[in-house]
Design a protein around this ligand. Structure first.
Ligand code: SAH
Length: 472
């Protein structure tokens, strides 16, 4: 972090702005919003600043900068258009260990002023540390659109109600639950938007008497790896969770988005010990929910596609624990999209089948004859160690040895690798690959060359980050 964001209380604190033009005016305007005690110093003064002097909102000293003006100040802003003067101000302020901002000159500044989204008392500050002001502005515009105008009212009314909630709900974690439940209730925002404060208070009071002690489990699909492929609902639940039980497949970038105070428990499965692990996981889900916790069971991809989500839900139903399921983008969708392989295509493939290479030890066989038919796409999860078997079976039931195949390794992450070859060489292709790998077999794989992520030079419209796509 190049800068530490802090929010300073400037009420009645003396601040100096050097400069009397438009830029100085804008900075003065902000300082006055924070109720600072503002002095402006410049030989020539903008008419709007003069008006503010008349209105007794600030003092003006009609002279060039001199060091004695820094006496007793908290901070100083240099807004003159002369670099040597700005430099002189910065040096003098630094000598006195005063915070100084030189407008548009981070090099001379000891603090910089962020872009602001103001929903006081909620304030969002955005800075690119001077590297990309336009990007910072675009982010601000997004947040402006995202954060409703009544947010400030919501924060203020909540502040007024805090003591009442403390009185009624002694337990801090139940208190947090109360606030989460309240803010998740769209009705409250709706009332405040219409200015119906009394009704809003009534709703807050009523929610106090509702039961927030029941825990529950959310089975959340975390997608294939790229955090921006999470659903909004997944993110919301991850940020409300008390406990998160996650699989080995869930990437560190995604875990970073979990609420800081939540307990993170890895229930990663290593090959060979599945059954024991699974029953212990089921047991933990039930126990935590019964302790009144909000539990998130975070799984790679989608929980209902080779994720054993159904088995975990059966346990929860048996134990009478409330649950919900949030779908995720499954590896087949994520990997095919990021590798440029449409899973179906009118000219190449009329159907797609997802199978798993790993099967229960009862030896149930796949229907190889059906899977070997041409003009269909076969996606194999957990297939790498079964490459030999898959290759042999498909060839022996008549699939062409030239059928293209793709191995997508760590799909959608920044380490994604795609290896493309033919069915007849499937066993050789995966040799060097470590980590999650998806196999796509079928004529559609031949499109990868044409449709893989395409970024014409100088045109960054297509990016892995959908956030940036929308900004451009
Ligand atoms: N429920 C998950 C699948 C779990 S099975 C889902 O819906 O995606 C685990 C297998 O999924 C891995 O062995 C691999 O074949 C595939 N897989 C999951 N994430 C992947 C990724 N990012 N890249 C490639 N394959 C992946």
């Amino acid at each position: 972090m190049d800068y530490l964001p802090i929010f300073t209380k400037l009420e009645n604190r003396p601040c100096l702005v050097v400069g009397g033009g438009d830029i100085a005016f804008r900075k003065v305007h902000l300082l006055l919003k924070a109720n600072a005690d503002v002095t402006v110093c410049a030989p020539e003064i903008d008419s709007r600043l003069l008006q503010k002097e008349k209105d007794q909102q600030l003092k003006i000293i009609r002279q060039n900068f001199s060091t004695d003006l820094l006496q007793g100040k908290w901070l100083v802003i240099a807004a003159t258009d002369k670099r040597d003067v700005n430099e002189q101000i910065a040096n003098a302020a630094n000598a006195l260990q005063l915070l100084v901002n030189v407008v548009d000159d981070p090099e001379l500044s000891s603090f910089i002023m962020p872009s602001i989204v103001d929903r006081s008392p909620i304030i969002v500050a955005i800075s690119s540390a001077g590297t990309a002001p336009v990007l910072a502005r675009l982010i601000r515009e997004r947040l402006e659109a995202l954060l409703p105008m009544h947010l400030g009212r919501l924060a203020r009314i909540s502040g007024d109600f805090r003591n009442r909630v403390k009185e009624v709900i002694g337990n801090p974690s139940l208190r947090r639950r109360y606030w989460e439940k309240l803010f998740a209730n769209g009705q409250l925002g709706h009332l405040l938007q219409k200015g119906q404060t009394a009704n809003a208070l009534e709703l807050m009071e009523k929610t106090l008497t509702e039961d927030v002690t029941q825990g529950d489990v959310a089975l959340v699909g975390a997608g294939p790896g790229d955090p921006s492929l999470l659903t909004l609902k997944a993110l919301q639940l991850m940020q409300q969770a008390d406990v998160v039980l996650y699989d080995r497949l869930v990437s560190a970038d995604i875990l970073d988005l979990v609420r800081r105070d939540a307990d993170l428990i890895s229930v990663g499965k290593e090959a060979g010990n599945h059954e024991v692990e699974q029953s212990r996981t089921n047991q933990m889900l039930v126990e935590f929910a019964k302790q009144g916790k909000k539990v998130v069971r975070l799984k790679g991809g989608d929980s209902f596609i080779f994720g054993r989500g159904g088995e975990e839900l059966e346990e929860l139903v048996a134990a009478g624990v409330a649950f919900q399921v949030v779908p995720g983008i499954t590896a087949a969708s994520g990997c095919s999209a990021y590798a440029g392989i449409p899973l179906t295509h009118r000219d190449y493939s009329q159907s797609v089948t997802f199978v798993t290479g790993h099967r229960k030890s009862d030896g149930r066989q796949l229907n190889w004859q059906a899977l070997a038919a041409p003009h269909q796409t076969l996606v194999v999860y957990m297939g790498l160690i079964q490459s030999q078997e898959i290759q042999n079976q498909l060839l022996s039931f008549g699939r062409s040895p030239d059928t293209p195949v793709a191995l997508v390794n760590r799909g959608t992450t920044s380490d994604q690798q795609v290896v493309i070859g033919k069915l007849s060489e499937l066993t050789l292709l995966g040799g060097g690959l470590q980590g999650a790998t998806l196999m796509i077999i079928g004529e559609v794989v031949s499109l990868a060359e044409k449709l893989a992520w395409f970024e014409p030079e100088g045109n960054h419209k297509l990016s892995r980050d959908p956030f940036l796509v929308n900004l451009s």
